[in-house]
Design a protein around this ligand. Structure first.
Ligand code: COA
Ligand code: ZN
Length: 307
């Protein structure tokens, strides 16, 4: 079976936008449940201004605790500028991600920088991270459509992806931040991007706003993409991008990939434990499109093994 690689971004992309305050201990527990289910890579938090994203104010404490507990889990943190990188380094992070939006307006809204300033900040941060021996990812946000500027040109996304690769990103993550992409578009764009970034270093980050996330993930698989971001329970959204709803749910991706002959290394019943836990913490029902069926199957499995 061919493997696909999944980074669960629920603790960062998922939680950053929640109105309920999530205590550090609950974040640790969620990551532990993900790890138990076989998730090998997690985006844990972000080193951004706590005024901009209060939910991530405990980033230092969380990373310190995580590094103590999980030695074999790949843990990435968002660090959009040098200040974020310095804080990540001080906390002991081993992997960072920069976030560059493809449009002028989205950079302004998200990180208060022009596109040119955001490119420079991302390049600088990647260079410095490389000097410190950290692993490096770079997001190209609103790579398909921007809530402020409309459709994003493929040439723009390709140019920025290439720049991030040249600046030392080991993984370039193409993000459909507001979940506006369609499967054919995903297939065409990811195929074109694979000509400027080695496909082994290209990842896709999908949102499910229009119910297209699984179809889009399939389209990306067809384009040869094997690295995916997803969020357990589909928890997600961006506080700075109006209309950004939940992410591609990890359980939907794992189910679809398994049905199509790809190995994710993730156990769906154990993953449901993480969904159940997150529901308790966020005090609302969660789960991808498949979760009701997955829960029924789990109940059947449990009663079959008890009899
Ligand atoms: N972590 C913590 N604090 C930071 C920081 C970081 N990475 N970068 C800047 N700051 C602090 C500065 O020290 C300064 O603090 P002060 O007001 O106490 O003096 C304040 O934030 C403003 O600094 P400035 O350089 O003028 O930044 P800004 O106000 O233009 O904000 C960001 C830049 C990137 C820090 C801010 O826009 C941000 O955190 N955005 C959130 C991005 C995000 O998480 N988006 C969702 C995921 S894509
Ligand atoms: Zn996202």
């Amino acid at each position: 079976m061919e493997a696909i690689h999944i980074t669960d971004v629920a603790p960062r992309d998922g939680l950053q936008n929640q109105s309920v305050h999530v205590p550090t201990q609950a974040k640790l527990k969620l990551i532990e449940l993900l790890s138990n289910a076989g998730v090998s890579s997690v985006e844990a938090t972000s080193f951004v201004s706590p005024k901009a994203v209060p939910q991530m104010a405990d980033a230092t404490e969380l990373v310190q605790e995580l590094s103590r507990v999980f030695e074999n889990l790949r843990l990435s943190v968002l660090a959009p500028n040098l200040k974020g990188l310095e804080r990540a380094l001080a906390a002991g992070a081993k992997e960072i991600a920069v976030v560059l939006s493809a449009t002028e307006m989205m950079n302004q809204k998200n990180i208060n920088m022009s596109l040119d300033a955001a490119i420079a900040a991302s390049e600088q941060t990647l260079h410095r991270a490389r000097d410190h021996g950290l692993r490096r990812r770079a997001y190209i946000a609103v790579a398909f459509e921007c809530p402020f500027e409309g459709a994003t040109g493929l040439d723009r996304t390709m140019l920025l992806a290439k720049k991030m690769l040249e600046a030392g990103a080991q993984e370039v993550v193409i993000a459909d931040t507001i979940g506006a992409a369609a499967p054919l578009d995903v297939k065409e764009r990811m195929s074109a991007l694979a000509e400027v970034v080695p496909v082994s270093q290209l990842a896709i980050h999908l949102h499910d706003t229009r119910g297209m996330a699984v179809a889009n993930a399939w389209a990306a698989l067809e384009a040869g993409i094997r690295r995916f971001d997803s969020s357990v329970g589909g928890i997600g959204g961006c506080p700075f991008a109006p209309g950004a709803a939940g992410n591609l749910a990890t359980e939907d991706l794992v189910l679809m990939a398994g049905q199509c002959g790809f190995d994710t290394g993730i156990d769906l019943n154990l993953l449901l434990d993480a969904v159940d836990f997150a529901e308790g913490v966020l005090e609302r029902p969660l789960g991808g499109r498949s979760s009701a069926w997955l829960r029924r199957r789990r109940a059947r499995d449990t009663s079959a093994s008890a009899s």
